[in-house]
Ligand binder design. Structure first.
Ligand code: ARG
Length: 258
């Protein structure tokens, strides 16, 4: 008899807990967004596997992370595909809620916007033709370098090798086309997009030498501290639950990541 009543109590408790958790989860966090009920993200969908166009829509790690954030906050995800260089200004001026675009957190960008906790580590790598004489970062001096405009690869290369040696392209794919056409001697870009561009082309390779290591984070207007806190909360949750890793694993296989 005693046993039965205990299990009834336990079942009731479990039911109450489930109910209260459901109620809690359904309650959207009170964050202010530029368009009520929506999370407007700015991205540059030319950066596989983080963001790229697929059919009429968008796919990639950042798109899924943004989707998970929107869902957790009870908002509808709206993707704005813009030039990479206009993301920060658009977030700063309140046109978009967040920028999520494989964006590296840098001191300079922190002057204009806030960044979330980082969610990925990246490396600037060098793509060359298979028979290139460039073998490491030390050989870059005096060579023509292609980059995606306004990216950290662009900024670092201009600083280290001079603006004259650097040609800016609208996106990584165009920079890689210029390399294939012999207009530049190499392309400096983030490692994961580099892998996907090289896999899609022939006669190119990624040098086994790392240029700069960096961290990706989401940018948010400085005034919107509530949104920053909410997003950091969701990132922590996605990390703890393993959901973030699942998203990454969907797009990057462990073997490729080496
Ligand atoms: N990580 C580099 C940066 O922050 C490149 C990012 C480019 N992203 C893109 N979606 N095109 O500057």
């Amino acid at each position: 008899m005693k046993k039965v009543s205990l299990s009834i109590v336990a079942a009731l408790l479990a039911a109450v807990m489930t109910l209260s958790m459901t109620v809690f989860a359904a309650e959207p966090a009170a964050v202010k967004t530029v368009q009520e009920g929506s999370l407007n993200i700015a991205t540059n969908a030319e950066f596989p596997p983080y963001e790229y166009k697929e059919g009429d829509g968008f796919a990639g790690i950042d798109i899924e992370i943004a989707g998970a954030i929107a869902e957790q906050l009870g908002l509808e995800l709206v993707v704005n595909d813009v030039e990479f260089g206009s993301i920060i200004g658009g977030v700063q001026s309140g046109k978009y809620d967040i920028g999520i675009a494989g964006m590296t957190k840098t001191e300079e960008r922190l002057q204009s916007v806030n960044f979330s906790e980082t969610y990925a580590t990246a490396v600037q790598v060098i793509i060359v033709k298979e028979d290139s004489e460039i073998q490491s970062v030390d050989d870059l001096e005096g060579h023509k370098i292609g980059v995606q405009q306004d990216t950290t690869g662009d900024i670092y290369c201009c600083d280290d090798f001079g603006d004259d040696m650097v040609t800016e392209y609208r996106n990584g794919a165009e920079a890689v086309q210029a390399l294939i056409a012999g207009k530049v001697d190499c392309v400096v870009i983030d490692n994961e997009p580099a892998k996907s561009y090289v896999a899609a082309a022939q006669g190119l390779k990624i040098l086994d030498t790392e240029y700069v290591t960096e961290e990706y984070a989401i940018c948010i207007a400085k005034e919107n501290e509530d949104l920053l806190a909410a997003i950091n909360g969701v990132i922590a949750q996605l990390q703890e639950s393993g959901a973030l890793q699942e998203i990454v694993d969907k797009y990057i296989t462990a073997e490729e990541a080496e």
